[in-house]
Design a protein around this ligand. Structure first.
Ligand code: HEM
Length: 222
């Protein structure tokens, strides 16, 4: 593949990936509302969900978000297919204990697990809340859709608690490796830059994966 085509593809993956990373910070902060005491959590979470559905600016950002998820997946697939064709021998000498190498060589597998998570997750929440599919969602005392109740019911099913928690492991691995790669693609090449970007990526990945991973358990125990 021509070098500039590869650079273009990597830049699309890096740019869309960084936007998705910002989304995850906002999404995690909002979902931490679920850890508050019941009454406060229900009111805050439901009014936040109503704002997401009704605010025009947020709605337009969410269309950019959907487009970026699709672009990120398509270009990641193209690069994975290209890499497989280009260096098949690498996969034979792969050593499981070299974790960063294992992660980087299995970004396709890890990405697929995250895609599975996102499909199930969107069916659980987005399709119900935004598209009105499935069981009708009741209103809370202030007249907002009771999205808190949807979350509460889902996380009182232990299988979903396990699913949501376990799938945060590939998400954390993906974010750690993906963020480091994005920084490199966008020009953090020199030694100090690489060291800082490795630290930032690790801290970010740990906060996001553990941050999301604990929510289902807390809600289950409520
Ligand atoms: C405990 C974990 C999580 C909970 C409770 C949760 C909850 C929700 C809820 C209630 C919605 C629909 C309403 C809304 O937009 O707020 C939603 C949408 C969404 N979630 Fe999550 N989420 C969690 C984790 C994640 C993770 C880890 C990802 C990505 C890897 C993710 C990606 C998305 C996306 C892309 C949407 C659609 C956003 C939109 O339409 O604007 N969520 N989530």
């Amino acid at each position: 593949m021509a070098a500039n085509k590869l650079v273009f593809r990597k830049t699309i993956i890096a740019g869309t990936g960084l936007f998705l990373c910002l989304f995850l910070i906002v999404h995690l902060s909002a979902n931490w509302i679920l850890l508050l005491p019941e009454e406060t959590a229900r009111e805050l979470y439901n009014s936040y969900a109503t704002t997401l559905r009704e605010n025009l600016f947020i709605k337009s950002i969410s269309y950019i978000l959907y487009a970026f998820i699709v672009l990120h997946v398509i270009y990641a697939l193209l690069i994975t297919i290209h890499n497989r064709k280009a260096k098949p021998q690498k996969y034979v000498v792969n050593h499981f204990l070299q974790n960063s190498t294992w992660t980087s060589q299995n970004m396709g597998l890890i990405g697929t697990m995250i895609l599975l998570f996102i499909v199930v997750h969107l069916a659980n929440f987005w399709a119900r809340v935004k598209l009105g599919m499935g069981e009708i969602i009741e209103l809370d005392a202030t007249g907002n859709l009771d999205v808190y109740k949807v979350t509460f019911s889902l996380f009182h099913n232990i299988y979903y608690v396990i699913f949501y928690t376990v799938l945060m492991i590939p998400l954390g691995l993906h974010l750690n490796h993906g963020l480091k790669s994005a920084f490199k693609t966008l020009g953090f090449y020199h030694k100090k830059g690489l060291r800082i970007s490795a630290k930032v990526s690790l801290i970010y990945a740990v906060i996001i994966s553990i941050g999301f991973g604990v929510i289902p358990f807390f809600v289950y125990l409520k």
